[in-house]
Ligand binder design. Structure first.
Ligand code: ZN
Length: 511
C-alpha cells in the first residue's frame, strides 16, 4: 500500500519473467494486466512462472475504502491466459474483514458480458487465493470481485429506457435525460476523473392522469455495489417490457428513476465513496444542508425533490438498490422501518413472497441516508434500502429476475378490479363497450382491451369478470351480452337498452 500512485493511465502491468524478455515473449508467455477502463480497479500486480501453464498472479487492491488501507472492489483484464490455469493471490486485508472472503466466489468472463464464478477461493496466512480447476480457453479474461456494472452500462441503459415508448426524461432533465454533471476530481491513483452526466427518467403511461401510486427508485451510490444495480435494471426492464402485467403497472404507477447516483466513483473503480469526497460515506449526506459541495449527491437529491412534483400524487415508496458483503441476515434484505409498519406494506410483502429469498431488517438509523431523505424530503410513505448480498453464486439473471419480482408484486397489489379497462376505479358501461369492441380478439390484446385474465384473448371469462364487478345499469349489460350472442350471465335481463347494444354490435362488425 506504500506504492506511490502513478499518473499513468495504464496500471498494474504484469511483470512476466523479466522486462528484458518482455518484447521477445509478447506472443508466448507474457501476461498483461490492465484495469485502466470504466469501473476497473487494481493497484498493481506481479506474475511469477508466467511462461508455465500454472502461473501465479499476485494482485494488490486499491485503497479507496474511506482511506482505510483495505481493498474491496476489484476488476481488471488479464491477457495471455489461453491454456493457462493461474492462481490469483491477494491480501485478505479486505474492507469488511478477511472472513468476508472465506468462500467468496470471484468472477471471470471472456467478453465482459457472460460471467462465471471461479471454482476455488480460500484464505490462508493473510492471503486470499482463487483459481479454476481447468485452464482458460481464451487469452483475454476479465476478472472481478463480483459481476461488474460500469458507468457506461448505466448510460447505455438509461438511453435505451428513454428511447422506449414507456419512458421519458423527468422535469429536471434535458431531452437525453441528463439532470446535471457530477463534480469529477482526482482519484487515489492520481488520475483526473472528468465530470460525468447524471441521468433520470420517468416511467408511466401518460394516457392516464388518474391518481397513481408514485415510486422513486435509485442505485449506484456506493460505487462497488454492482449487483444492486443489476437488480434495479431488472425492475426497470420489466416496467418497460411487453409483459401484459407491466402495461397495467404502467397505468397505475408513476416511477421516477435515478440510475447514476455516483458516476465518478463507479467510473473510477471506487469501493463506496465518491471521487469528490473519498473519505466519507455518501449515504449520510442526503440533506440540503450537507450536500452543498457534494454535487453528485446534490444533483440527484434536488432532481428527486423537483421531479416528483410533476403530479400531485404522494410518494408511495422509495427504494435505493445497494449490495453488501456477506452480512447479517445472510440473505438479500430490505432495511425497512418496523416502527411505522412499513414492513407490512402489501407490495413489499408480496415482493418477498415472490422472491422467496428476501427478508427484513429493522431500519432504526437516523443519519441522512437516501432512505431517510426520501421520507423527510420526498414524503415517501415507505422507504427501503434494499441490499443484495455478494458472495453467492448467483448470476445476473437472478438479480434481474429479483428486480422484475418487484414489478410483478406491484401488479399483484395494485391491479384494478376485473372489468376496469380504463383504470378509473369503476366498472361501468364504457368498460363494457371496450370489452365488446374487442370481444374474441387475440391479436395483442391486454387489460385495456378487456383481457383481464391476461391470457391473450378477450373471451367469456373476461366478460364474467366484468359482470361480477359491473356497477352500471344491468339492463345495458344484459342487452349487450344478448346482442353479442354470449352465453347468459347472471342477473335478470331487461330489454331496455337495445339501441346501445346494437351500437356495440355494429362497432364489432366494422372491425
Ligand atoms: Zn450500499
Amino acid at each position: 500500500m506504500d506504492q506511490a500512485p502513478t499518473s499513468s493511465r495504464r496500471i498494474g502491468i504484469g511483470l512476466a519473467c523479466t522486462l528484458a524478455l518482455a518484447t521477445a515473449s509478447m506472443s508466448h508467455g507474457q501476461i498483461t494486466l490492465n484495469a485502466s477502463f470504466d469501473h476497473g480497479s487494481l493497484l498493481s500486480s506481479t506474475v511469477t512462472n508466467a511462461s508455465t501453464a500454472t502461473p501465479t498472479i499476485n494482485l494488490v487492491g486499491r485503497d479507496n475504502f474511506y482511506g482505510s488501507g483495505r481493498w474491496r472492489w476489484m476488476y481488471f483484464t488479464a491477457d495471455g491466459l489461453a491454456n493457462k490455469r493461474p492462481t490469483f493471490r491477494v491480501s485478505d486485508n479486505f474492507a469488511g474483514g478477511g472472513s468476508a472472503l472465506n468462500t467468496h466466489p470471484m468472477v471471470y468472463s471472456y467478453d465482459g458480458e457472460t460471467w462465471s464464478f471461479f471454482d476455488n477461493g480460500s484464505r490462508a496466512s493473510g492471503t486470499f487465493s482463487f483459481s479454476n480447476n481447468t485452464a482458460f480457453t481464451g487469452s483475454l479474461v476479465h476478472v472481478a470481485y463480483a459481476i461488474p456494472y460500469s458507468y457506461g452500462r448505466s448510460v447505455a441503459h438509461a438511453q435505451q429506457v428513454i428511447a422506449s415508448p414507456h419512458a421519458a426524461p423527468t422535469l429536471s432533465g434535458n431531452a437525453s435525460g441528463v439532470i446535471g454533471l457530477s463534480p469529477g476530481g482526482t482519484d487515489d491513483l492520481g488520475r483526473s476523473i472528468a465530470p460525468r452526466s447524471i441521468y433520470a427518467y420517468r416511467i408511466t403511461n401518460t394516457n392516464y392522469d388518474h391518481p397513481k401510486k408514485k415510486f422513486v427508485i435509485s442505485t449506484g451510490m456506493h460505487a462497488g455495489e454492482t449487483i444492486g444495480t443489476w437488480t434495479y435494471q431488472g425492475l426497470v426492464d420489466w416496467l418497460i417490457s411487453n409483459d401484459p402485467r407491466a402495461a397495467v403497472v404502467r397505468a397505475v404507477t408513476d416511477f421516477y428513476c435515478y440510475p447514476t447516483m455516483n458516476p465518478d466513483g463507479r467510473f473510477a473503480g471506487f469501493n463506496r465513496s465518491t471521487v469528490n469526497n473519498p473519505n466519507q460515506d455518501p449515504n449520510g449526506l442526503w440533506n440540503p444542508s450537507l450536500w452543498t459541495n457534494r454535487l453528485d449527491i446534490r444533483r440527484n437529491g434536488e432532481a428527486m425533490i423537483a421531479d416528483r412534483l410533476q403530479t400531485a400524487d404522494p410518494v408511495e415508496g422509495y427504494i435505493d438498490f445497494h449490495s453488501t458483503i456477506p452480512a447479517f441476515p445472510n440473505e438479500d434484505f430490505g432495511f425497512i422501518e418496523y416502527e411505522q409498519g412499513d414492513n407490512l406494506t402489501p407490495w413489499w410483502v408480496r415482493f418477498k413472497e415472490r422472491a422467496g429469498t428476501v427478508v427484513d431488517v429493522d431500519s432504526t438509523g437516523t443519519s441522512w441516508t437516501s432512505a431517510n431523505f426520501a421520507e423527510a424530503f420526498l414524503g415517501a410513505r415507505v422507504d427501503i434500502t434494499f441490499e443484495t448480498q455478494f458472495g453467492r453464486r448467483r448470476n445476473i439473471n437472478y438479480y434481474t429476475n429479483l428486480g422484475a419480482d418487484f414489478g410483478k408484486a406491484l401488479f399483484d397489489t395494485f391491479r384494478p378490479t376485473d372489468g376496469d379497462t380504463n383504470f378509473d376505479g369503476v366498472v361501468n358501461f364504457p368498460d363494457l363497450l371496450t370489452l365488446a369492441r374487442n370481444y374474441a380478439r387475440f391479436d395483442g390484446v391486454g387489460w385495456e382491451q378487456g383481457d383481464f385474465d391476461l391470457d391473450g384473448f378477450v373471451g367469456f371469462s373476461d366478460l364474467l369478470g366484468l359482470a361480477r364487478n359491473y356497477q352500471g345499469a344491468q339492463a345495458e349489460f344484459q342487452a349487450a351480452s344478448a346482442m353479442l350472442g354470449l352465453p347468459s350471465v347472471p342477473e335478470p335481463a331487461t330489454a331496455g337498452v337495445l339501441v346501445v347494444a346494437g351500437a356495440i354490435l355494429s362497432t364489432r362488425r366494422r372491425r
